[in-house]
Design a protein around this ligand. Structure first.
Ligand SMILES: [Zn+2]
Length: 292
C-alpha cells in the first residue's frame, strides 16, 4: 500500500537559510523519505511586514542546492488570504472571536497578554482575537515525550487577524496544513509553545491534527536558538561539508563525496528516536564558523 505520510518544511522568508533551518529541513525530509512519504515546501510569508520575496527565492535556491526539493508545487501563504478569511469568519460565526482595539501600551500591565474579553468595537481599527478557554490538550511527542498544555489557553487570547489586516501565523499554519493534507509535522522545539493554540484551532474546525514531533534546537554558545534575530549567517549553497555537519547534529555520522550519496545514506540510517529526550543541541566550537 502506498504511504499516506505527507510532511513539510515551511520556512519564513525573513532572511536567508541558516544552519539551524537546514537541520530542521533535513529532519522533516529524512523522516518523510524514510517513511516513503511526500515532502512539501511551503513559504510562510503571511507576515507581509517582515517577509521579502527575494529571501523566498534565495531559500528555495539554497534548499535545491542541497537536493531538498518539494514533491509538489511550492505553496506561498500570501496567495491564500481568501482561505484564511473564510476560516476566520467560520470562527466568528461560532462565537469564538472578539474584536480588540487594545494597544501594546494598554496591554503592558498584563505582560502583553490579553487575559480578558475587552470592551472593543468593530467600528474602529481592530484585530480579531480567539477567546481563551479552560481546555487542556495533551499529546505524545516521539522525541519530547508526553506534552500536556494545562494553562496554555486559559489566560491568553491570541490574535488571529491583526489590525493591519495580516493574518496570524497560528491561523495560517493550521489552515494550510489541513488544506495540504499534511499528516506529520517534524519541526523545531521552539514551536512547542504554540502547539496548544494550534490543537485548539484544529478542534474548533473539527479537523484531525497532524502527528507532531519537535526536534531539538541548534543553540549557540549562549544557549540561544540560532535565528535570524540573532544574526545567524546564511549557509553556503551546495556545500557537502555543511550538509555532513548538519547530519551529524541529527545523530548521523556519514562519509560521502556528493550531496545525493550523503542524503541516500542518511535516509537509510535515519532514526528519529536517536534525538529522544533532547530539546537543545549546543553548536560545537569547531562548527561556530557555520553560524557566525
Ligand atoms: Zn483588547
Amino acid at each position: 500500500m502506498a504511504s499516506t505520510y505527507i510532511g513539510r518544511f515551511a520556512p519564513s522568508p525573513t532572511g536567508p537559510l541558516h544552519f539551524g533551518s537546514l537541520v530542521s529541513a533535513l529532519a522533516s525530509y529524512l523522516e518523510a523519505r524514510q517513511r516513503q512519504g511526500k515532502w512539501f515546501i511551503r513559504i510562510e510569508d503571511v507576515d507581509g511586514t517582515r517577509c521579502k520575496p527575494a529571501f523566498a527565492e534565495q531559500i528555495l535556491t539554497t534548499l535545491q542546492s542541497y537536493h531538498l526539493i518539494s514533491d509538489d508545487k511550492v505553496e506561498v501563504q500570501s496567495q491564500h488570504h481568501p482561505s484564511y478569511q473564510y476560516y476566520l469568519e467560520q470562527l466568528e460565526q461560532q462565537g469564538q472571536l472578539f474584536p480588540c482595539n487594545c494597544t501594546r501600551q494598554s496591554l503592558q500591565p498584563f505582560q502583553g497578554r490579553h487575559p480578558h474579553i475587552c470592551d472593543s468595537h468593530t467600528d474602529a481599527p481592530h484585530s480579531w482575537r480567539l477567546k481563551s478557554c479552560e481546555l487542556v490538550y495533551q499529546y505524545q511527542d516521539p522525541i519530547q515525550g508526553t506534552l500536556i498544555f494545562t494553562d496554555d489557553l486559559k489566560n491568553t487570547s491570541p490574535i488571529l487577524k491583526r489590525k493591519d489586516g495580516y493574518f496570524s501565523y497560528q491561523l495560517a499554519v493550521v489552515v494550510d496544513d489541513h488544506r495540504q493534507n499534511i499528516t506529520h509535522l517534524v519541526r523545531g522545539a521552539d514551536l512547542i509553545e504554540t502547539t496548544a493554540q494550534q490543537l485548539h484551532l484544529y478542534s474548533l474546525f473539527n479537523w484531525t491534527p497532524p502527528e507532531l514531533c519537535h526536534i531539538p534546537l541548534i543553540v549557540n554558545q549562549n544557549g540561544d536558538k540560532i535565528s535570524k534575530q540573532n544574526h545567524a549567517k546564511a549557509i553556503t549553497d551546495g556545500d557537502i561539508t555543511t550538509l555532513l555537519c548538519a547530519l551529524k547534529y541529527l545523530g548521523l555520522k556519514i562519509q560521502a563525496l556528493n550531496m545525493q550519496d550523503a542524503l541516500d545514506q542518511a535516509i537509510r540510517l535515519w532514526d528519529i528516536k536517536r534525538l529522544k529526550g533532547q530539546s537543545a543541541l549546543p553548536i560545537q566550537p569547531q562548527d561556530w564558523h557555520l553560524i557566525q
